[in-house]
Design a protein around this ligand. Structure first.
Ligand code: BGC
Length: 786
């Protein structure tokens, strides 16, 4: 029922198809076929409605808190794609009648969904139905849909009711106060609503036109209004073989849009503008709007196309699927917002931003589209004050970034989660209180951005301040141990969330140390230059004083070392002493987190079992701090104890397996990671796409097999192809230049696409090369020198 190809060979690597309708799997396709442009995210619910569907339309950054005791979330805007189609008086509904043929395709080339159905109703009348839908990449407020209905056996009465339905909620929470509803000229509808707490005005506008065999019909539709909804119903008689077409274009504008939030909306200005805008769009006509969208996607793919020649054609599709979703999830238009853990594809994680952004998603943009990467690192500056508030509220100094971030940078993690199987009560969610490594991860993202882009202006305006404030948080967070004569970090959760309330989680301690030493390095550099930036930051933050504290304390942070014989680094103070159990049942699971049906979180804390990669993430972020032996030994120790219950896990394991020359294992894990959302598990992404895992697909391909890393301002390429791959070719942005890297079994070629100033030094398989126009190296030689 899910096919990874289209109907023509030209579609290879671009098309995903749903080949049969099954209402049990609506969620799967709603998520993977989601459409959007970083501003809007439209879940791919079918035009006709089903009880188990989730109709979602999200606008990036439009958070609202439903009630005081709840955390803020992205509200579900009004639905404009649902249609009630009646054929001879009976509702078109695929659970009734006979489906003779069915196919829905997402074409990644243009982000369009087409659905073709041959359907026989309960009276035996046959209809051909086609649906086409896009969310414009050319114009972020806009979406369009076309419906074509052709009666094939008898003349039919066709009625189509469509409009704007603001009765949608987020699992029951209604985030909007009803505004105005109106029908203009029997063609254009508008519905406004304002979020209850954040007071963001949403303006939904849509217009439709109807055609018979391509000729526009001027039929007066019947208008109707209900609470929070407005619609128009067309009734027509269609003869056999004559196609009735309905084109609908719709738009969403909000008072949060930059142009409005800066000047504030006046009276009906937003509504009037939205109407004018949509009238113009409708005038252009569906085909032109569709074409504009197609051209916009075409130019995106022309710049970002990655080619994988693999014995499994799924690999090529998977990387494009990842790129498609990375574009959809990222609000590249506005740095006040960032990427939610489910992007804009579902209610899961409420639109909140996690470490997923810096560690799993940012790298894609750093190396593919640095302008967008800049937006993501600016977001953390916009939310710096919120992070300062969190530090202060918790008795610390500096900036303590929230585990779950939304509009302000204050903590938004909910406190209560799923049922505890021992107590029967909800489980307390500790991450918002003690998963603190996020603060160093944010600083790391800032530094990584700077290294890959050389964007000094960003650092001067925003980046240094983030690094200094986060280092100050750590300085205030460290706890002195008289016994060990070292600073410890106690009572935290590391990346492995199956271990709560641990002390000296290696990942956290090393990253805190990295953060503080980076602050020392940056402040010394600024001090030496005595630049304006230094003077501003000195007067704002009292840098000289802070520097002394960072220097004194960082020297004494406890950094767990690899064991002399086994090279194992303890994940935390107690992990290695915990019980080891047989995890086979859980590692072979169909659905993730099956262990939580047998053990409570408290019980899990007593077992050597990990939810996801923990120490291993460190080996990739701080790769030169650990030896190859240490990386390999820890991979082999911790992986068998890991259930990969977080979608962030497999991609990290795959990349690290590449680093330690376990290429087939790396490929195996890439293949699994690439199937987390796109694979045949029909419920893995009901709540929305796994954004970090999507970023992880690109990482395993480009940073794993492509071997792309940056370390302190130098670009490294340590490419190795798994057996299944013959060729990998990808564009790469590096410090203002654009490169094209092509790896085959025999050679690695780097071509410079821009003619920047001077030479570029690269480290390829450990050897330094100077890039002028092109470098070609021998892969076999590289293998021998390994
Ligand atoms: C993972 C976290 C991740 C979060 C959001 C959790 O299940 O353990 O590492 O940040 O999901 O994706």
């Amino acid at each position: 029922m899910i096919e990874y190809k289209g109907l023509s060979a030209l579609d290879d690597g671009w098309v995903i198809a749903e080949t049969a309708f099954d209402a049990r799997f609506l969620g799967k396709f709603e998520t993977i076929f989601c459409q959007g442009n970083g501003y809007l995210g439209l879940r791919a619910a079918t035009e006709e409605s089903y009880p188990s569907e989730k109709r979602n339309l999200f606008v990036a950054g439009s958070f609202n808190r439903f009630a005081n005791q709840e955390v803020t979330e992205l509200p579900n805007a009004a639905d404009m794609v649902q249609l009630e189609i009646r054929l001879n008086g009976k509702r078109f509904h695929l659970e009734k009648g006979i489906i003779h043929s069915y196919r829905r395709e997402l074409d990644l080339r243009q982000g369009e969904i087409r659905r073709d159905i041959l359907w026989e109703d309960e009276q035996g009348d046959l209809f051909k139905m086609s649906f086409l839908r896009f969310v414009s990449l050319h114009d972020r407020h806009l979406m369009g849909m076309r419906v074509e209905i052709t009666p094939l056996s008898n003349t039919a009465e066709i009625s189509i009711c469509s409009g704007i339905n603001g009765q949608k909620t987020n699992s029951g929470a209604q985030h909007f106060v009803e505004g105005e509803r109106r029908v203009f000229d029997k063609e254009l509808l508008q519905l406004t609503a304002t979020t209850t707490e954040s007071k963001i005005e949403f303006v939904h506008t849509c217009a439709r036109r109807i055609y018979e065999r391509g000729v526009r019909l001027i039929t007066a539709p019947a208008p109707s209004m209900d609470r929070r909804s407005v619609s128009l119903t067309y009734k027509l008689k269609a003869e056999v073989g004559k196609c009735i077409t309905l084109d609908k274009v719709a738009s969403v504008h909000t008072s949060l849009d930059k142009e409005w939030s800066e000047q504030g909306t006046v009276n009906h200005a937003l509504q009037d503008t939205a109407r004018e805008y949509l009238n113009k769009a409708a005038e252009k006509g569906f085909d032109r709007l569709l074409n504009e969208n197609e051209q916009a996607w075409k130019s995106v793919w022309a710049k970002t196309n990655i080619e994988i020649k693999s014995s499994d054609s799924f690999d090529q599709l998977a990387i494009r699927f990842a790129q498609y979703h990375l574009l959809l999830m990222t609000p590249a238009h506005d740095s006040r917002f960032s990427v939610g853990a489910k992007g804009l594809t579902g209610e899961g994680y409420k639109g909140h931003v996690f470490w997923d952004t810096e560690i799993f998603i940012l790298p894609y943009f750093l190396y593919m589209n640095p302008q967008t990467a800049r937006k993501l690192v600016e977001y953390r500056y916009h939310t710096l004050n919120g992070a300062r508030t969190k530090a202060r509220d918790n008795g610390y100094r500096g900036a303590m970034y929230p585990w779950e971030s939304a509009a302000t940078g204050e903590e938004e993690t909910p406190e209560w989660g799923p049922v505890d199987i021992v107590t029967g009560k909800p489980t307390f969610i500790w991450t918002g209180k003690i998963e603190q490594h996020i603060t160093a991860d944010v600083a790391y993202g800032v530094w990584h951005y700077y290294q890959a882009t050389g964007d000094q202006e960003y650092m001067d305006r925003y980046g240094y301040e983030i690094i200094f404030e986060t280092a100050t948080f750590w300085a205030s967070r460290l706890e002195w141990s008289d016994k060990e004569q070292k600073y410890h970090i106690c009572d935290v959760i590391g990346p492995d969330e199956y271990k709560e309330h641990v002390s000296n989680n290696a990942f956290t301690n090393y990253m805190a140390y990295w953060n503080m030493t980076k602050a020392i390095e940056c402040s010394r550099k600024l001090m030496q230059a005595q630049s304006d930036v230094y003077l501003t930051l000195e007067s704002k933050l009292a840098l000289t004083e802070r520097l002394k504290e960072w220097e004194d304390k960082s020297k004494q942070i406890y950094l767990p070392q690899p064991d002399m014989h086994s090279f194992i680094i303890p994940q935390d103070d107690t992990y290695l002493n915990k019980q080891i159990i047989d995890l086979k049942k859980y590692r072979d699971q169909e659905q993730v987190a099956s262990i939580l049906a047998d053990y409570s979180m408290t019980q899990l804390s007593e077992i050597q079992v990990s939810k996801q990669a923990d120490i291993l993430v460190l080996f990739y972020l701080l790769e030169d701090w650990f030896s190859k032996e240490t990386k390999a030994a820890n991979w082999h120790y911790y992986e068998p104890k890991t259930l990969h219950d977080s979608s962030l896990s497999l991609s990290t394991h795959s990349m690290l397996a590449s680093d330690v020359n376990e290429l087939e294992l790396a490929y195996d894990m890439f293949a699994k990671a690439a199937r987390i959302d796109l694979g045949t598990n029909m419920h893995s992404c009901d709540e929305g796409i796994h954004s970090a895992s999507i970023g992880g697909i690109w990482k395993t391909a480009i940073m794993g097999f492509g071997g792309v890393r940056s370390w302190e301002g130098s670009l490294r390429l340590n490419s190795k192809l798994p057996q299944a791959w013959e060729r990998l070719s990808f564009p790469l942005a590096w410090q203002g230049e654009r490169l094209q890297v092509t790896v085959t079994r025999s050679k690695l070629e780097v071509e410079r696409l821009t003619s920047g100033f001077g030479e570029l030094t690269l480290l390829i398989h450990g050897r330094e090369y100077v890039l002028r126009d092109r470098i070609v190296t021998d892969m076999k030689e590289a293998e021998r020198s390994e």
